[in-house]
Design a protein around this ligand. Structure first.
Ligand code: ZN
Length: 439
């Protein structure tokens, strides 16, 4: 009897313990979160966890080329604050940097520093030169960008925030000297070597966020913190929005995210298939396809294409623009070109391949003046489009006719040797000579 009583007592104690434990797990967290001080402790803990995660994933990728850009970006309405470190491969006496966002907006540079001291900062609008006191391989930058409401690739609206060509990046050097960039109301006045990005983005928790290499996303209080790690790309584009129809589809090993752009699916896949089999494989895991209100028809970024919203009204235009922008993933993205000094190279080649893929007729002659003109030499947008897009496509068509099937062997060789670097037009001509000899 005594034994039975003891058993009942033990059972009651166990039940009370289990009920207390349930109460603790179910209810304890909520009242604690109401308390501001406790909330901030919780946030600190969560931030600590995220920080550890962020640090833990800083794994060095073996075949990573180029510098690492580590940035903490805070977006609040139309204000973007960036704290950024650039880690170079080698220590240098001085560094040249590009400020690509200056093409669309003004930025406020708040702080430039380096651990071993700075001697001098020379600021042009788009170009920045920093002389170091002694050789070093790291620079710290802090700056603010205020976005405008306009149809542009770096802008905000009630629904979207587009952050593209906005991070300060190391300048491209050709034969030991930096290439300088400048403002242009047309064309693509952007130039990038291959970079690696570690990005931590803090935004309003209601925003959806897409960018290359998302590795974590957490909501802490009213904020959403998203962490990205992307290797061997050029620029780093981020798409933020409140409402959009997103379709995710696999194409081979590639995850394609269609953001309000599912109507372009067949064209995206045709272009990927064409370029993968005729030039070389798409070496990334993701492709973002975004319908965007733009003044131009489309725009290419690393792992991302924008297609102007107007293009979706006409299937022929949608097809041509989608082909064009997807093919830029090969000529701009995987194989870089000098878009300021030789704009005809990637635009003409991509346009020719897009026209070919659409079975469009190509006729006429090209004006050889196009090989001499830099972006800034064009007197009007019309002249730019005529020569850089059409005449240059006629040049590549003529070359294809002359080379026959060797034309694709040429592109495959350039892919094999030039992947993740910049190929200049004189180098392209040397590659053609391997097939054509002196002809
Ligand atoms: Zn283009």
């Amino acid at each position: 009897m005594k034994h039975k009583k003891t058993m009942i007592l033990i059972s009651e104690l166990i039940i009370i313990f289990v009920l207390l434990a349930c109460y603790y797990f179910i209810f304890w967290d909520k009242p604690r979160a109401m308390d501001n001080e406790a909330e901030s402790t919780k946030q600190d803990n969560a931030a600590g966890i995220l920080k550890n995660l962020y640090t833990a994933k800083q794994v060095q990728i073996e075949d990573e080329v180029g510098p690492k850009i580590k940035a903490e970006i805070e977006v609040s309405n139309n204000i973007v604050n960036i704290k950024q470190d650039i880690f170079l491969k080698d220590a240098v006496d001085a560094i040249h940097l590009y400020i690509p966002s200056y093409n669309a907006l003004k930025i406020t540079l708040k702080n430039v520093s380096a651990e071993r001291g700075l001697l001098n900062i020379i600021r042009g609008d788009h170009n920045l030169k920093v002389d170091f006191e002694e050789k070093q391989d790291k620079i710290h930058l802090e700056y603010e960008i205020v976005l405008d409401k306009k149809r542009d690739t770096l802008s905000y609206s009630d629904n979207f925030i587009f952050l593209t060509n906005f991070l300060i990046t190391p300048a491209v050097y050709k034969n030991g000297a930096p290439l300088f960039v400048y403002k242009s109301s047309f064309g693509d006045p952007y130039l990038y070597d291959i970079n690696n990005y570690d990005i931590k983005l803090t935004t309003d928790k209601r925003l959806q966020i897409y960018a290359p290499g998302k590795i974590d996303e957490q909501i802490i209080g009213r904020e959403k913190i998203t962490v990205f790690q992307a290797e061997n790309i050029r620029d780093f584009p981020i798409i933020l929005f409140r409402n959009a129809e997103v379709h995710t589809e696999k194409y081979g090993d590639i995850d394609i995210y269609y953001i309000d752009a599912y109507a372009a699916k067949d064209y995206v896949e045709s272009a990927l298939q064409f370029a993968s089999s005729n030039i070389g494989p798409y070496p990334y895991k993701e492709l973002l396809v975004v319908k965007a209100p733009l003044l131009q028809k489309g725009m290419e970024f690393s792992n991302t294409i924008f297609i102007g919203d107007d293009c979706f009204d006409n299937q022929e235009v949608l097809k041509r623009v989608t082909y064009h922008e997807v093919l830029h993933q090969w000529f701009y993205g995987i194989i870089g070109t000098d878009q300021l000094n030789e704009p005809f190279f990637d635009e003409g080649l991509v346009n020719y391949l897009a026209l070919m893929l659409s079975n469009s007729q190509i006729t006429g002659y090209y004006n050889p003046k196009l090989f001499q003109l830099q972006l800034k030499d064009y007197s009007s947008k019309d002249e730019y489009y005529r020569l850089v897009y059409y005449d240059s496509a006629v040049y590549f068509y003529t070359l294809h006719k002359k080379m026959g099937d060797d034309f694709f062997k040429l592109l495959q060789r350039i892919y094999a040797k030039g992947k993740f670097s910049i190929v200049y037009f004189d180098e392209f001509l040397n590659y053609t000579k391997e097939f054509l000899g002196g002809n």
